[in-house]
Design a protein around this ligand. Structure first.
Ligand SMILES: [Zn+2]
Ligand SMILES: [Zn+2]
Length: 275
């Protein structure tokens, strides 16, 4: 059964973070709240004028107000404590390997954690982030990753990470969108938890058709050898970040490329997974 309570916001102070001794995925009480706009006079005036012309609204419920209203931010359903240890997806009972992970003889990922369920209103937020040119959603969405990390015993979940690496986008897709949503998410996450962002460690060496609508086997074949890691990963522990974790095929292909280039361990962190 999934626990529907909200994570409690904790300090991003690294010293405090490392002393967390929570032994289980804690029962949180509330997601972090959205921050009010601040900054210098002219940018704020420009924003105010734009807001007059195009009144801002919540990307999920479309009510006038911030990009993500507090009601929608709090309505996101976190992944509960009973998960598959292999892929981090929610399960009725905690399992070492779920049905979808059992076929893996050697999983290139040493562990995966997923913040929330890919259901409304998070689904609408992710859709706007990826397909409606709303890169500003990176910060409010990254807060779910930060909140998840802060409910975990840091050292047990992702031991001494050397670098955070977003799942790369192929250049044509990057040019079409103008940004890599996983990289923006990873950047906002790194800013909060003070870990180094190492986007250049992993590259997508060929385009792959969208994974949407493919079976698990098709997804695996689709992304096979699509990624290559640089020598910088040699001996390093990586934390991969992506927006949605479905079968894990993309993240595992990234992890395999990093291991092939000599990485010592690869962990995964994703914003959302299907129910
Ligand atoms: Zn809303
Ligand atoms: Zn699994």
């Amino acid at each position: 059964m999934l626990i529907r309570t909200r994570p409690k916001f904790r300090s991003t102070n690294p010293a405090e973070r490392r002393t967390l001794n929570v032994s289980t995925h804690a029962a949180p009480s509330r997601w972090p709240t959205t921050e009010s706009a601040s900054g210098r006079f002219w940018p704020r005036l420009q924003t105010a004028l734009l807001d007059l012309l195009f009144p801002p609204q919540c990307v999920a419920c479309r009510r006038a107000g911030p990009l993500v209203c507090d009601a929608c931010a709090q309505a996101v359903l976190p992944v509960g404590p009973t998960i598959c240890a292999g892929c981090g997806r929610p399960q009725a009972h905690a399992v070492t390997r779920c049905d979808q992970c059992q076929h893996l003889t050697a999983d290139p990922l040493s562990g995966v954690r997923i913040a929330a369920l890919h259901s409304s209103p998070l689904r609408e937020m992710i859709h706007a982030f990826k397909y409606e040119q709303q890169p500003e959603l990176a910060a409010p969405l990254a807060r779910y990753l930060v909140a998840l990390i802060q409910t975990l015993p840091w050292s047990a979940a992702f031991p001494s990470v050397d670098g955070v690496v977003p799942v790369p986008l192929y250049s044509a897709r990057y040019q079409e969108r103008g940004y890599n949503q996983a990289e923006l998410l990873a950047s906002a996450f790194c800013h909060s938890v003070q870990l180094p962002l190492c986007s250049a460690w992993l590259l997508r060496q060929r385009a792959t058709p969208s994974q949407v609508g493919l079976t698990a086997v098709e997804r695996r074949r689709n992304v096979e050898d699509a990624f290559v890691a640089t020598h910088a990963v040699f001996g390093k522990r990586l934390l991969l970040i992506d927006d949605v974790f479905t079968t894990g095929a993309t993240m595992r292909a990234c992890a395999q490329a990093a291991l092939d280039a000599g990485a010592s361990a690869v962990y995964g962190l994703a914003l959302a997974c299907p129910r």
